[in-house]
Design a protein around this ligand. Structure first.
Ligand code: 2ND
Length: 368
């Protein structure tokens, strides 16, 4: 199968709802920060660094993909300047891809080196707490918004294997609700056996109680039961990936009727081994045919050595997506964003204008 070309396929304003900040760092920045901090790396150029971080072929085990973060997270974590910088540069990179609104996600704990148990990435104890991380990311995103004329909001991740972090995550979502944090997520390996998931559940219950928007990584590697649990127990409003929902047709029908939003990431899904590498067999083909509510996203562009236009081109070349369908999915993405209602409406109208569509078009019509 030929690789998709790099030409931009949908050169219009786009929305991205599923991208990990720590999976979207510039390779050059990692090198630069490592040099400043005196951290030795097995790479001496941006190109070599990128090579170290990239997954080129579908991995056999999801853990192989997650292990890539170990190559560079010790460089960025615990460094205030680096954390602010990656958030700022992220906004610049997204603006260059034609994204006008992005929701970027990360685990505050995985970038901290104090008030986190255990301290991640074998770091020494330092002075950057999960709370500091959120403030630094907020600053970087806000500066980027000003300089690059795009809107950037964030989602804080709980991690599947770290239920003891989850209550702090929801507390941070509450604390920074007016400062750019729009939702909570549950990321990591869905297939691992965590004995006691009750802390995730309690965190999500608190999120519901406080009006914090909720998404959950589910049905990427895990079975449809994980999706069901995400919706029924964790009250997820969107599903991260969700491909395996198709293996339970009753659940799929129910979620379609609910207009559930699926945050799909085609390139990611091939390289993590979540989906058949033949894109003509991708779950997105079915989602498209059924006019489901979904977005197109990069997930971890550093690790997949990719950019958003590659996902769009893949959808066009292998799945037959048309310009009209790209418009439709972006409008649905805007409508499924975690922005407050008024801002959401403004964003949707901005897209209608950019796409030269009638402003009065209703959501229901758009879904047809
Ligand atoms: O595709 C993914 N599925 C599940 N977890 C993921 C994926 N991409 C990144 N993560 C994890 C690793 C990151 O450190 C964490 C927070 O962004 O989320």
């Amino acid at each position: 199968m030929a690789e998709p070309s790099t030409e931009t396929i949908f050169n219009k304003p786009k929305i991205e709802l599923h991208v990990h900040l720590d999976g979207a760092i510039r390779a050059e920045t990692i090198l630069d920060v490592a040099k400043r901090r005196g951290i030795k790396l097995n790479a001496s150029s941006g190109k070599e660094m990128k090579h170290l971080c990239t997954v080129y072929q579908p991995v056999k085990m999801f853990a192989e993909f997650l292990a890539k973060f170990e190559e560079y997270m010790p460089v960025i974590a615990g460094d205030k300047e680096a954390i602010r910088r990656i958030a700022y540069e992220f906004v610049e990179d997204k603006s260059k891809e034609g994204v006008i609104y992005v929701e970027v996600r990360y685990s505050p704990h995985l970038l901290a080196n104090t008030d986190v148990e255990p301290i991640p990435w074998k770091q020494e104890k330092g002075d950057v707490s999960p709370d500091d991380v959120v403030q630094l990311v907020n600053q970087g995103l806000a500066e980027g918004e000003k300089d690059f004329n795009i809107k950037a909001r964030s989602i804080l991740c709980c991690m599947r294997h770290m239920p003891n972090w989850s209550m702090k995550v929801v507390e941070l979502c509450k604390k920074y609700k007016e400062d750019g944090v729009v939702g909570i997520d549950l990321a990591g390996d869905e297939t691992i056996n965590v004995r006691d998931q009750s802390c995730h559940r309690l965190a999500y219950e608190e999120a519901v109680r406080c009006g914090i928007h909720r998404t959950v990584h589910a049905g990427e590697m895990g079975p449809p039961s994980v999706v069901k649990e995400a919706v029924e127990v964790l009250k997820a409003e969107r599903i991260g990936h969700g491909y395996n929902t198709l293996k339970d047709q009753v659940l799929y029908k129910q979620l379609r009727e609910q207009n559930m939003h699926f945050e799909t990431c085609p390139i990611s899904s091939k390289l993590t081994g979540a989906c058949d590498p033949d894109f003509t067999k991708h779950p997105l083909v079915t989602f498209r045919k059924d006019k489901v509510n979904y977005s197109l996203n990069t997930d971890d562009p550093l690790i997949f050595n990719s950019q958003l236009h590659v996902d769009y081109r893949t959808a066009h070349e292998y799945m037959g997506f048309t310009e009209e369908e790209f418009k439709r999915l972006n409008i649905n993405s805007a409508k499924s964003s975690f922005l407050p209602e008024k801002e959401k409406k403004d964003l949707v109208n901005k897209l209608y204008e950019a796409y030269e569509m009638a402003m009065t078009l209703k959501f229901e019509q758009c879904l047809q």
